[in-house]
Design a binder for this molecule. Structure first.
Ligand code: SF4
Ligand code: SF4
Length: 438
């Protein structure tokens, strides 16, 4: 069978064997739960609880701050201890609601769910918005905004991003193996919004067991296909995924809907399932705690707001002091410098490494080998862009398609001179995007 893919990309060490065979383990929080009001793209949520108030699990504690925003729910019962700035994985201090866990897990009564066939398009989107569902692959874009496209009949493909192409990460893999029905039913909810769309479950071919299960379970589903993708990083990046599955192309100024596509990741689709079929808000997610420094790497079902220290403890602690800790995967994640941080809706993994090969080597001059050009999935010139970025030549950076970089890290990964290509390009992009936003 032909496997779908894109041009460029790399094959980094996978590291998935550390945690892929570990079934999802439920981890109950011990200490306080911290809910940053900004854990999505868009306006911060607005608190609707006050200090000293008792809250139940599943109770809304912060309302969406606008259309592009998402509400936040308590994942435990307890008392609001404070509302104050707390540090998050990016290093920023973000206004957060802190709940003292009473360990009773007393839950609200959720509204009764209506059968999907009896729900209107607006009702379905409303349920998803109200549940606080956002892109849980890392971006945090509110899902109801993504689904509210102008011309729903023009959407041809609803793509479930099951690639999980980042090394070390295995939470989507476990979801597909252990809860495939939730994923398929969640995809069917999205399909109910787009009458002419076909559903694609796009899985890399290093997960043959998931492909087999999903194929077997969708054999009677005329609107859903399972597409086998070539295992290659960054196969799960939105543009590369859309190209691999539909041969349609988007650039940095376009949205997937402009080429008739809607893309959601595995955890978000399961959150859609919970929102519509169970009327339950987003309160939990699967997090992979892994890396050579961890005693028992594993996949955990985590109450959002749980402190990272507790997750490391639940994974048996460190067997060796980590040299580097990354939130997310090694290619696109970012380094964290302390563990006293809360898990959020977008926290997919914590990777604790005993070696930091990139930082160990000093960058040297470019030898013009062309490797970065060869692997760049954005089809831009990483070497030139990094030089322009280092010299703050903004105009030329844009003229040379710097904004088409998806920050995948492939160029830095292959560069024999160990130039900090992605880092330089990323910083320049951030400055330009910041200016455009203003
Ligand atoms: S320039 Fe950007 S898109 Fe191209 S390889 Fe580097 S990080 Fe990836
Ligand atoms: S891979 Fe590194 S050394 Fe080779 S051309 Fe690109 S920047 Fe230069």
């Amino acid at each position: 069978m032909a496997k779908s893919t894109f041009i460029g990309g790399v094959h980094p060490y996978e590291g998935k064997e550390l945690s892929k065979n570990k079934p999802i383990k439920d981890v109950l929080p011990k200490g306080d739960l911290v809910y940053p009001l900004s854990q999505h793209i868009g306006a911060p949520a607005v608190p609707i609880v006050t200090k000293g108030e008792r809250v139940l699990r599943g109770q809304k504690i912060a309302e969406a701050g606008g259309f592009v925003s998402a509400p936040i729910y308590a994942s435990v019962s307890g008392v609001v201890k404070t509302i104050e700035p707390r540090r998050v994985v990016t290093g920023d201090m973000v206004m957060s609601i802190v709940i003292e866990n009473d360990h009773e897990y007393e839950e609200v009564v959720y509204p009764e769910a209506k059968p999907l066939e009896e729900m209107s398009r607006d009702e379905i989107i409303d349920c998803i918005r109200e549940a606080g569902v956002v892109g849980m692959g890392g971006a945090g874009f509110p899902t109801h905004v993504k689904l509210s496209v102008k011309n729903p009949e023009k959407i041809d493909y609803v793509i479930a991003n099951c690639a999980e192409c980042e090394p070390y990460l295995t939470s989507d893999y476990r979801r597909m193996l252990e809860e495939p029905d939730k994923l398929i039913e969640g995809l069917k909810v999205s399909l109910a919004l787009f009458p002419n769309a076909k559903g694609i479950l796009a899985v890399e071919d290093n997960k043959p067991d998931c492909i087999a299960i999903l194929k077997e379970k969708t054999i009677e589903e005329p609107r859903i296909v399972v597409t086998q993708l070539k295992t290659k990083y960054p196969q799960g990046a939105e543009r590369q995924l859309i190209y691999a599955t539909t041969k349609r192309k988007i650039n940095s100024t376009m949205l997937p809907a402009d080429v008739g596509c809607v893309v959601n990741n595995v955890d978000s689709i399961v959150a859609i399932y919970n929102a519509v079929y169970l009327r339950k808000p987003l309160m939990e997610r699967i997090v992979t705690i892994t890396g050579e420094a961890v005693n028992e790497p594993q996949n955990m079902r985590v109450h959002i707001g749980t402190n990272y220290h507790e997750l490391i403890e639940a994974a048996g602690g460190f067997k060796e002091e980590p040299v580097k800790i990354i939130s997310g995967g090694p290619m696109m994640g970012f380094g964290v410098f302390e563990l006293d941080l809360p898990t959020t809706k977008t926290a997919s993994a914590l990777l604790c490494l005993t070696k930091d090969e990139v930082s160990e080597m000093e960058p040297s001059a470019c030898i013009n080998c062309g490797r970065c050009l060869e692997v760049c999935p954005g089809r831009v010139m990483p070497s030139k862009l990094a030089t322009l970025a280092e010299k703050y030549r903004e105009e030329e950076f844009v003229e040379n398609d710097g904004m088409e970089c998806c920050e995948c890290g492939c160029c830095s990964y292959v560069c024999p001179a160990k130039r900090h290509l992605t880092q330089s390009i990323k910083s320049m992009r951030k400055i330009i995007l910041g200016k455009r936003k203003k």
